[in-house]
Design a binder for this molecule. Structure first.
Ligand SMILES: [Zn+2]
Length: 142
C-alpha cells in the first residue's frame, strides 16, 4: 500500500495517508474524498454515456437510424427546416404524396409522407413550402 505521509491540518501530526481519523486529535482526514469524487465522476460519466448512447440509437447515429420516422424524430422537426435536413433527420426520403404551385413562382408546396415507427399505419406527413418545413402532422408514432 501507499507509504505517503500526510499531515493533520488541525494538530500538524504526521501519519500514514491511509489514516481516516487523526489518532492525535480525532480530526477527520480528508483522505477518501478524492477517491469518492473520482468514483462519482466515473459513475456520472457512465450515466452520461448511456443516456447519449440511447439518444444516438434512435436519432442521430445514421447506422441505427431506421428508414422510418419515430416520435422523437417527429418532435425534433422544426418549422423552417429544409427538406434535406428533414430527410436526414428521419433517415428516409419519404414518399411525395402531393405537389402544388410552381417552383419558379415561389409558391411551390410539396407534401411528403413518411412511414412511422409504432403502430401499424403509423406515419407522418410533412409539407414544405419553398423547401422550408411549413406544417407537420403525425398519427400513431412512437
Ligand atoms: Zn490531528
Amino acid at each position: 500500500m501507499s507509504d505517503k505521509i500526510i499531515t493533520c491540518k488541525k494538530c500538524g501530526k504526521d501519519m500514514p495517508s491511509s489514516t481516516m481519523v487523526c489518532p492525535n486529535c480525532s480530526q477527520r482526514m480528508r483522505l477518501g474524498w478524492p477517491l469518492r469524487i473520482a468514483i462519482l465522476v466515473v459513475l456520472l460519466g457512465i450515466i452520461v454515456y448511456f443516456v447519449a448512447f440511447r439518444d444516438n440509437g434512435s436519432s442521430s447515429d445514421p447506422k441505427n437510424n431506421l428508414p422510418t420516422i419515430s416520435l422523437s424524430e417527429f418532435n425534433s422537426l422544426k418549422t423552417g427546416m429544409s427538406y434535406q435536413v428533414t430527410a436526414q433527420t428521419i433517415g428516409s426520403a419519404g414518399e411525395k404524396i402531393s405537389e402544388s404551385g410552381a417552383e419558379a413562382t415561389g409558391d411551390y408546396e410539396v407534401t411528403y409522407k413518411f412511414e412511422g415507427e409504432g403502430e401499424k399505419g403509423a406515419n407522418a406527413t410533412i409539407t414544405f413550402k419553398k423547401n422550408r418545413l411549413m406544417t407537420k402532422a403525425q398519427t400513431g408514432l412512437k
